[in-house]
Design a protein around this ligand. Structure first.
Ligand SMILES: NC(=O)c1ccc[n+]([C@@H]2O[C@H](COP(=O)([O-])OP(=O)(O)OC[C@H]3O[C@@H](n4cnc5c(N)ncnc54)[C@H](O)[C@@H]3O)[C@@H](O)[C@H]2O)c1
Length: 277
């Protein structure tokens, strides 16, 4: 019965009321909070969402870089503010939200993008280091979700985008690191695997409030890594290259906007095909 009623409702939508493609991607009037806003991928998300019309709030622990990023966006005539916060520290997160509540009446988009890792072998990692990686990604994202929910519920919906990794989907290929000084830690695998299933939990729990939750799992992005590493990495990737400075820009807008309004609970690899092999 519910299906029939819903179908009837859908059929009633006339051609004239259907939004254009441009309207579906439009984020005008929306407010987006991006963690890890001073970092490499945070820049892509912020620029994409701002260009689509959203007002941006950036947060990060690195204050000078955060302010610099804010100023870059202001120079591009985008509406942006920033708050320093430490994602592992509840007091710091709550302080930030006290400030956000004073300035903003809405918050429509959250990108849980802040992250870190330690480059060290399994045998050498200390329990505190393992815990820190889990805390930044999982506890941090959990606290932010709790804080944005009242805004999103009040406004009738929202989009939460968690940032996972290909290494939350498959085991790290240790053979590509050689003596580059890089590797991918067990803690990172646990944290990123957690981000992906945390996303599914949120999608099923929050659907009734029209709050969507999706995960983006990037592959390796170019950041001046050692040439031997880059060569091995690219050889393993179907598209034959690392991620570039705008591979995520449009993906963030897609998941934040009505262009994806019937998508929730997915993990979208943006990895040049790495996890397809
Ligand atoms: N760059 C890649 O190749 C890649 C690949 C897969 C996944 N990712 C994920 O994408 C996200 C962004 O990565 P990135 O490459 O931009 O890294 P980045 O280091 O450039 O940015 C991450 C940001 O998070 C901030 N941060 C770290 N710990 C924090 C804490 N405790 N409190 C507040 N802020 C903190 C850092 O200061 C930094 O600015 C991360 O979650 C990362 O794991 C990156």
């Amino acid at each position: 019965m519910a299906n029939t009623v819903e179908q009837a409702r859908t059929i009633k939508i006339s051609k004239e009321t259907l939004p254009s493609l441009k309207e579906l991607y439009d984020l005008t009037g929306k407010v987006a909070l991006i963690t890890g806003g001073a970092g490499q991928l945070g820049k892509q998300f912020a620029e994409g969402l701002a260009e689509a019309g959203a007002e941006i709030i950036l947060t990060d622990i690195r204050e000078p870089e955060l302010v610099e990023r804010q100023n870059e966006l202001k120079d591009m005539k985008y509406k942006v503010s920033c708050y320093r916060s430490e994602l592992t520290d509840a007091e710091s997160v709550y302080w930030m939200f006290d400030a956000i509540r004073k300035k903003y009446s809405r918050l429509d988009i959250l990108i849980n993008n802040g992250g870190m890792t330690y480059f060290m072998p399994l045998e050498e990692m200390k329990p505190e280091e393992f815990e820190k990686v889990l805390d930044v990604h999982l506890k941090g994202s959990f606290m932010l979700v709790q804080q944005v929910l009242p805004f999103m519920k009040r406004n009738g919906g929202g989009s939460i985008i968690n940032i996972g990794s290909i290494y939350g989907m498959v085991g790290a290929d240790q053979s590509i690191y050689g003596d580059s000084g890089l590797n991918s830690s067990a803690a990172y695998a646990a944290a990123k695997g957690g981000m992906i299933n945390f996303t599914r939990y949120l999608a099923s729990y929050l659907g009734e409030y029209n709050i969507r939750a999706n995960c983006i799992s990037p592959g390796g992005f170019y950041a001046g890594q050692a040439p031997e590493f880059i060569e091995r990495y690219c050889a393993k990737t179907p598209l034959g290259r690392m991620g570039d400075s705008y591979d995520l820009k449009g993906v963030g807008v897609f998941l934040a906007s009505d262009a994806s309004k019937y998508i929730t609970g997915v993990n979208l690899p943006v990895d040049g095909g790495w996890t397809a092999r």
